[in-house]
Design a protein around this ligand. Structure first.
Ligand code: ARG
Length: 636
């Protein structure tokens, strides 16, 4: 075996402690690393390869296969057969006195390692119990410079939800809310400063149209009672009035006729004129609009709170300053990135090596801004305000071209703008089909939550016995309903489309929100029944768990939580966490019969150790649910 020249020893920078330590260093956040380190020590010697490289090549695996797997090609050994390398490791690996792992086996190019059941309970359980709510998270991810905590933390701006005032809150907004909420939590728990930004659709010609609608249909009392609903009604009515005109306009432009005349007549003319007044800063025009905006936000805040979401900043298209957009335009014009066309300013992306992005208008013919220009300005302003290191747009896949244009424009602008474009990422997601409740297609976030909550309440009532014990059934039904929606949404990968199914998402069987909540509530009920203090749990004789394969399997899942969280930071997929929680809860469900805590025949020592085991599992489940944005339910 001829290894490549070893890279400089980096182990200390990565916080891997000395191989002789016998329990997990509490500064290390990941107990699996403790086992990785023990393996890496030996494998690096056997193969004469860098220890750090071995350490990083040890991946977690599914329970039946192994706890850690080494794919030998990852070691980049030249001129050797991977299977031979694997066989050599398996043959030469020695089991030390207090063996942390069992004798490995070679399987093709892989070496499979299993953690030692005699070691696992007593190393892992006290660690998890001590770490409490911190278990799983490594706040050093967010450090600017891991070797220098003084250098501060990175800031990530997550833009999500971003509904449009007076319009429907559609599935695209719902998914953005759920995914964005999760990502914000994930970054926060990983040590980043997180700016949660809601970029409202609150500007543009349609708000001119809404103002025209208000003149015809607005009603102060109705607005005060239900701002979001009333504005929506007004907008629906005025849009209907506008429809014939819009059809004529579209037909004319399709025929290639000059539409400039039409544009200034009728409702379209009025809407445009009104929006122009807004853009020119006319106080009267702005006052009405500001009321629409602030009352809608107040209402949104209430609804988001039910989803455990609090935005740092309710921004929006309206918040982009004219000066910012003008300075952007000047650069675009001066650098010949944009050009005049029929009185408008456009960017012809084909000229800049991005043919697929076509031609995009930057400034409308009558001088008003548009969606793209506002987004460019918004990015610049956000950076000025928050100095973020990364910015994430959680926006549905339909807007991919728009966002690619945005990134491209900034890149073409060069200098700091190009750097800015490099720090931006679009986290995209697929569609939800058939998002309707029993009351028809969904219009507002409130309705979705209320309707699914009602449906859930109906299901709970079917089990009279249980129902009578629930302390606050309305609240529980609401929480279960929200869990149903969110878990259904996070089940697949983001890019997948899925069918909105009330029946499926609210079922207590299968991988659903209610199932996870039930698993949590069941664990909580164990602790209501057995009265054991945390202190006593910490002093338990954990070794009694070693002989039970069920207990060991649970621990083997539990040890993977920190790795799973780390993986989620790479995938930015809620399903990474969710799949893990289902693995944990399935393992739990199959354990209860084997690992009884109520008067176990094995006696108190066993009882205390099992209680510690369940407590650690409860802690992880609770932590995972919170990370996903759910409220863990303690009893129902
Ligand atoms: N309000 C937009 C819509 O509902 C989504 C905003 C997406 N974010 C952005 N920076 N363009 O379609």
């Amino acid at each position: 075996l001829r290894p490549p020249a070893p890279p400089p020893d980096t182990q200390h920078q990565h916080g891997i402690h000395s191989p002789s330590s016998t329990s997990i260093d509490l500064h290390s956040r990941n107990p699996l690393d403790y086992f990785r380190q023990a393996i890496a020590d030996q494998v690096s010697e056997i193969l004469a390869v860098d220890r750090q490289l071995v350490f990083e090549s040890l991946d977690r695996a599914s329970l039946d296969k192994a706890d850690l797997v080494l794919a030998t090609p990852r070691l980049r050994l030249r001129g050797v057969n991977g299977a031979d390398v694997a066989a050599k490791v398996a043959a030469e690996f020695r089991l030390l006195d207090s063996a942390k792992v069992l004798a490995p086996t070679a399987d093709g190019i892989h070496v499979r390692f299993f953690l030692s059941p005699s070691e696992l309970p007593s190393t892992l359980l006290p660690f998890i119990l001590h770490q409490g709510d911190n278990y799983g998270f490594d706040p050093s991810h967010g450090l600017r410079d891991p070797s220098d905590p003084e250098a501060g933390r990175k800031t990530v701006l997550v833009e999500f939800s971003s509904p449009n005032i007076a319009k429907k809150f559609h599935a695209g907004h719902l998914r953005s809310t759920i995914i964005g909420g999760f990502l914000s939590n994930l970054y926060e728990r990983s040590g980043y400063n997180v700016v949660r930004m809601n970029y409202l659709g609150d500007w543009g010609r349609q708000y001119g149209l809404l103002a025209c609608g208000w003149e015809r249909y607005g009603d102060e009392a109705a607005f005060a009672a239900d701002p979001i609903g009333h504005l929506f009604d007004v907008y629906v009515k005025i849009s209907a009035d506008f429809e014939p005109e819009e059809a004529g306009f579209k037909a004319a432009s399709k025929r290639g006729n000059d539409t400039s005349e039409l544009e200034n007549k009728g409702l379209l003319g009025q809407a445009k004129a009104y929006f122009k007044r807004m853009e020119d800063g006319d106080p009267d025009a702005l006052q009405l609009w500001a009321r629409f905006r602030s009352l809608s936000i107040a209402k949104y805040q209430e609804t988001y709170a039910r989803l455990n979401i609090h935005f740092t900043d309710y921004s929006g298209e309206s918040q982009v300053k004219q000066e910012t957009m003008e300075s952007v335009e000047n650069i675009l014009r001066d650098q010949e990135i944009s050009q005049a066309k029929d009185g408008a300013q456009v960017v012809d992306f084909a000229k800049h090596g991005a043919k697929s992005l076509n031609v995009a208008v930057i400034r409308n013919r009558n001088g008003t801004s548009n969606y793209l220009l506002r987004d460019v300005g918004a990015a610049v302003q956000r950076h000025d305000q928050y100095h973020f290191d990364e910015m994430i747009y959680v926006v549905m896949a339909e807007q991919e071209t728009h966002l690619r244009r945005l990134f491209k424009v900034l890149q073409l602008m060069g200098g700091r703008y190009e750097l800015l474009s490099k720090s931006m990422k679009h986290v995209t997601f697929g569609k939800v089909m058939g998002m309707s409740t029993r009351k028809g297609t969904v219009k507002f976030l409130d309705d979705i939550l209320a309707d699914v909550g009602d449906f859930m309440h109906g299901i709970m009532r079917r089990n009279e016995d249980k129902y009578s014990q629930v302390v606050d059934p309305d609240h529980t039904a609401e929480l279960l309903g929200i869990s149903s929606i969110m878990v259904q949404d996070m089940t697949g990968k983001r890019c997948h489309n899925y069918e909105f199914s009330l029946e499926r998402m609210t079922s207590f069987e299968g991988d659903t929100g209610p199932y996870l909540q039930y698993a949590h509530a069941r664990l909580c009920s164990i602790f209501r029944k057995v009265d054991i203090s945390r202190d006593e749990m910490l002093r338990a004789d954990f070794s009694v768990l070693s002989s039970s394969p069920k207990a060991v399997n649970l621990l083997r899942v539990m040890v993977q939580y920190p790795d799973t969280v780390k993986q989620a930071l790479r995938t930015l997929e809620p399903t990474t966490i969710l799949t893990y929680l289902f693995k944990l809860t399935h393992e739990l469900s199959s354990s209860y019969d084997h690992l009884k805590v109520l008067n176990p025949p094995e006696g108190r020592v066993t009882l205390v150790a099992r209680a510690a085991l369940y407590e650690a599992a409860r802690q992880i489940l609770c932590s995972g649910l919170r990370l996903l944005g759910l409220t863990p339910i303690e009893r129902y």
